[in-house]
Design a protein around this ligand. Structure first.
Ligand code: TXA
Ligand code: MG
Length: 340
């Protein structure tokens, strides 16, 4: 770890500046979480709507007391089990947390990241760090420093390069602020891992994509997100049926003179005859799919395809998080595959 870079990042943050840094989930765009002016700079740099609240990142449990007005016992259990790590919890906020960072809400989202660089930077700054994903609003979240540079070069003060992140999808968000815990965004920590500790949590119906007009409880989940520029369709069903349906779709696209791309896996790549093919890892290793998904979505933009046909991933504990991001990227455009 480069001590001088960490020191410099802490100095810039403490002075109200913006620093992008790696976390175990995705790169974050950090600012002093207790300074409303600094938060405003985050919204400006990302082009983010100001009603979309920020997550505050901490490095010790003492900092939680500064931010959360009430800490239910279930939250302490989850903190013991999953912090530091890819879990964000929502609490009633204290007066110390400015409304400028919570989008005007009386609640605050808090996460203790496990990435050593993130932890050292938070410590060096000496304040909780507000950090959304370090992408332009609407673009896929950054999983490497180069993605941050693509989106935010010239708009922020500093990028700390910590290589490619380990997880690749944003943290699980769970609301602990009103009675029964509720998952607002699926992530690496699946519902099945939470249930044995605090009972079966509820799940915000809006994130399942089934109730198209439901208003999500995490304001950010309502925006078109993670999206490549080309029209994207997710093919649902078992892998064999999906493969067949994508081959047919490729044939039709070619007949219409469209340049099509396929989002597939290392196992299935050889089955497709397509102008552009991109592998999101290996199907039998869902972690590899999570890690490369956003990089692949960004790569389709560079290849200037007209349409993207994507396989689906319904067969692991990570499926909830992966499919949530894929379906959002596709604007919920799907095809159900299988024998009629
Ligand atoms: O893994 C992550 O969580 C990454 C890294 C950088 O930590 N951060 C991240 O932040 O994904 P962002 O801003 O891209 O997404 C934060 C989500 C948004 O959907 C926002 O609406 C929701 O959290 N959120 C934040 N505060 C909230 C609150 N008080 N109530 C409900 N939702 C909240
Ligand atoms: Mg984001």
């Amino acid at each position: 770890m480069d001590e001088s870079a960490i020191y410099e990042a802490g100095r810039v943050l403490a002075g109200g500046g913006l620093v992008a840094f790696p976390t175990e989930t995705v790169y974050g765009l950090g600012a002093n979480g207790l300074d409303e002016e600094a938060a405003i700079r985050i919204y400006a740099a990302k082009g983010r709507p100001s009603d979309n609240p920020l997550i505050l990142h901490i490095a010790s449990m003492e900092e939680l007391d500064i931010l959360a007005a009430e800490i239910p016992v279930e939250a302490r259990i989850l903190a013991d089990a999953f912090w530091p790590g890819p879990l964000t919890m929502i609490f009633k906020k204290t007066a110390r947390v400015p409304y400028g960072t919570t989008g005007g809400l009386d609640t605050v989202a808090v996460r203790m990241p496990s990435h050593p660089v993130a932890r050292e930077i938070i410590r060096a700054a000496g304040v909780p760090i507000a950090a959304p994903s370090a992408n332009l609003s609407g673009r896929p979240s950054p999983t490497k420093a180069l993605h941050v540079l693509e989106d935010l070069d010239g708009r922020i003060d500093m990028i700390v390069d910590g290589g490619t992140v380990g997880i690749g999808l944003e943290s699980t968000i769970i609301d602990m602020s009103e009675g029964r815990p509720m998952i607002l965004r699926p992530g690496y920590i699946a519902k099945e891992a939470l249930a044995p500790l605090i009972g079966e949590p509820e799940v915000d119906v809006a994130i399942l994509g089934e109730a198209a007009d439901a208003r999500p409880k995490a304001p950010g989940m309502k925006y078109r997100h993670y999206a490549p520029k080309a029209e994207m369709t997710v093919f649902l069903g078992n892998p064999t049926d999906v493969c067949g349906a994508i081959e047919e779709a490729l044939f039709r696209a070619a007949a219409q003179g469209k340049r099509a791309g396929v989002l597939c896996t290392e196992e299935s790549e050889r089955f497709y005859d397509a102008p552009v093919k991109k592998c999101a890892g290996r199907r039998n290793e869902p972690e590899s799919v999570a890690r490369s998904l956003y990089d692949v979505l960004r790569a389709f933009d560079r290849d200037q395809v007209d349409c993207i046909f994507s396989e689906s991933f319904d067969d692991s504990p990570l499926s909830g998080a992966i499919m949530n991001r894929l379906l959002k990227a596709a604007g919920y455009r799907t095809v159900k595959c299988g024998r009629r």
